[in-house]
Design a protein around this ligand. Structure first.
Ligand code: SF4
Length: 468
């Protein structure tokens, strides 16, 4: 998309030029991708599992209204309180009012993309409440006043020495640290332990909510989530309306699909499940905030709705050549990579998100690895059509596509165009060293190598050699 100087084509430019960033991303995503490939290959029934996962997600979305009511009743039956939020603003207000009711000014948080989507930390901070991120990578991002760049590993763009320097400036002031990961993990552990022990309220996201039993499931790798979910007296969990699974048996399917697809592990290290509150065991108060935030509109779109199948595994990011070259920040969204390219334009009404359906080569690698078989290329093309239908296209683009359409819709015109281009070879031959074309068409060669033009076109060669 063109017409404005915001959006992916502009935000990605400086990232693409940062060779260090590209090298960091390449090495991290390659390692995760290879690990995933090995554990997926061990499962002979992997494709059946994917089909099953897709089928469950379809069933849930087709009957979402009744599953939501069922979940509400199941959660209330086991002692939880359910709150409904139409958008991020209402969800933020609900969380804040719960914190205020308890007279607290600090909460501990489990890593959660949904609360990032709401801008919860910023909202709480504006109202005098400090939210402490407890996931190591999220803590790094928070201390650095940075933004996440990957769904699973938000600090993927930072290296060890940067993290050591950051810790020495913040949570380990006056201490000399090495950049050994174990030393850095210990520094964060010492800092976070105090937070876990003193916090009265924890806020989490939700990976899955089981409609039948009211059971909430959070998966994480460090155990910090488990501390948040069990130590504080009050637990507030926030979920998008789509995070439902019908039964515990259905949950089991996703607990196989998710760890293999995300961290490349056979089993997730910390999988916490709880159903309401239990005297003397864990939080005394449990609140579940269920947020729409435009998801109903996504659901109403027959092509776009499959985006809501997503289980946030991040496998699509790790295979995407565009993500690898541009990095997560170029997407200017809490949801980067291929899933961000289809989810952000549907959830956020920002100018920059409208450019995201073009942040793809449509190679299809994301579709192949997606554990719930979201046809990301199909949604990308669909969203491109929608953005263009809304008139978000520059005049020069409209002009170029009109010419292209006229040429490609007629065999005679296509032949004529090829003949004209072959006559213009001399122009291209004038710019052999720079490898770029002049004028408007020069945009094309800004990011691509100019291929050598053959002496004759395929069609001419065919006619000459076959005689027809
Ligand atoms: S779109 Fe598919 S591969 Fe990408 S994060 Fe979601 S579930 Fe994973």
């Amino acid at each position: 998309m063109a017409g404005s100087r915001v959006g992916f084509p502009y935000t990605s430019r400086s990232r693409i030029e940062d060779s260090q960033l590209r090298a960091n991303l390449r090495s991290a995503t390659t390692a995760i991708r290879e690990k995933r490939g090995r554990v997926v290959a061990e499962k002979a029934d992997w494709e059946d599992l994917r089909l099953k996962g897709e089928q469950i997600r379809r069933e849930v979305l087709s009957n979402l209204d009744s599953y939501l009511v069922k979940l509400e009743s199941s959660v209330e039956k086991v002692g939880g309180v359910v709150h409904w939020a139409v958008d991020a603003s209402e969800a933020n207000q609900i969380v804040f009012s719960l914190v205020r009711q308890h007279g607290e000014s600090e909460v501990v948080k489990v890593k959660s993309l949904t609360t990032d989507e709401m801008g919860l930390n910023e909202y709480l901070s504006q109202h005098g409440v400090m939210a402490h991120e407890t996931d190591l990578a999220e803590l790094i991002i928070q201390l650095a006043h940075d933004k996440p760049s990957h769904i699973l590993v938000p600090a993927i763009h930072k290296n060890r020495s940067e993290i050591r320097d950051l810790f020495q400036r913040t949570i380990s002031k006056g201490t000399s640290l090495s950049d050994d990961p174990a030393v850095l993990a210990e520094a964060s552990r010492l800092y976070l332990r105090q937070k876990f022990l003193s916090a009265k309220i924890a806020v989490s996201g939700v990976n899955f909510a089981v409609a039948e039993t009211g059971t909430i499931c959070v998966v994480e790798s460090e155990g910090n989530g488990r501390m948040c979910l069990t130590l504080p007296k009050v637990l507030i969990s926030v979920m998008g309306i789509e995070k439902i699974v019908p039964t515990l048996d259905d949950l089991a399917v996703f607990l196989e699909l998710l760890p293999r697809s995300s961290t490349g592990e056979r089993m997730n290290p910390y999988t916490s499940l709880w159903s309401g509150v239990h005297k003397g065991d864990g939080p005394e108060e449990f609140h579940l905030v269920i947020m729409d935030n435009r998801r109903s509109a996504v659901l109403a779109d027959p092509v776009g709705r499959q985006t809501l199948h997503c289980i946030r595994c991040s496998a699509c990011l790790n295979v995407c050549p565009v993500y690898e070259r541009s990095g997560g920040h170029a997407y200017d969204s809490v949801y980067p990579g291929p899933i961000g390219a289809i989810l952000s334009p549907q959830l956020f009404d920002s100018e920059s998100s409208k450019s995201l359906p073009w942040a793809s080569t449509l190679c299809g690698a994301c579709y192949e690895v997606c554990p719930v078989r979201i046809n990301i290329p199909q949604v990308l093309v669909h969203l491109r059509e929608k953005v263009l239908a809304e008139g978000h296209q520059s005049r020069s683009e409209r002009f170029q596509f009109a010419i292209l359409s006229a040429v490609l819709s007629s065999g005679a015109r296509f032949d004529l165009a090829l003949w004209v281009i072959s006559r213009l070879r001399f122009l291209i031959d004038r710019f052999p060293s720079s490898g770029s074309l002049p004028g408007l068409v020069g945009k094309w060669t800004e990011a691509r190598e100019l291929p050598e033009l053959p002496k004759e076109t395929f069609r001419v060669w065919w006619r000459r050699s076959r005689g027809h």
